[in-house]
Design a protein. Structure first.
Length: 152
């Protein structure tokens, strides 16, 4: 008999991050959409062509051109400029589902960007190790983009 006992911790992922942005809500939300979409890049600063259809039911996907790509998720909820929620497999091409939640609120003359990524499924260890750094890189891009737009 083969035992395949798995702990629930091996099947779940939970990441929470708060980013203080010195820019208004609207500028931060716009920067978030841009960073998740056309200005997305890898941690090595290589462009990663993403499309984000920013409406309920809109797709979020990596566009490789010529009708090729990788589906990451669907916009589950959007309430400009305070909420963006996406559900899907994200970068994981195996049995898994993720929920991303971005909540934005005014705080200390700027915006507090609260991020939660929860996932359930067969999460590979390499993805588990790299995901936190990947989100930090994206969120730093959001912060820089929003704060730069404030100065224009």
């Amino acid at each position: 008999m083969i035992s395949t006992a798995t702990r629930i911790e091996d099947l779940t992922l939970g990441i929470t991050e708060e980013i203080q942005v010195r820019a208004p809500l609207e500028a931060t939300f716009a920067a978030l959409l841009e960073q998740l979409g056309p200005f997305n890049e890898t941690a090595e600063d290589r462009p990663m062509p993403m499309k984000l259809e920013a409406w309920p039911g809109g797709r979020w996907y990596r566009d490789l051109g010529d009708n090729n790509g990788h589906f990451w998720g669907v916009v589950q909820a959007i309430k400009r400029p305070t909420l963006l929620e996406i559900t899907g497999p994200l970068f994981m091409s195996y049995p898994v589902v993720s929920n991303l939640q971005y909540r934005l609120s005014e705080k200390d003359g700027g915006t507090l960007l609260s991020f939660h990524h929860t996932a359930l499924g067969l999460i590979l260890e390499d993805h588990r190790k790299g995901v936190t750094g990947g989100w930090k890189h994206i969120h730093e891009g959001v912060r820089k983009r929003a704060e730069a737009s404030r100065l224009r």
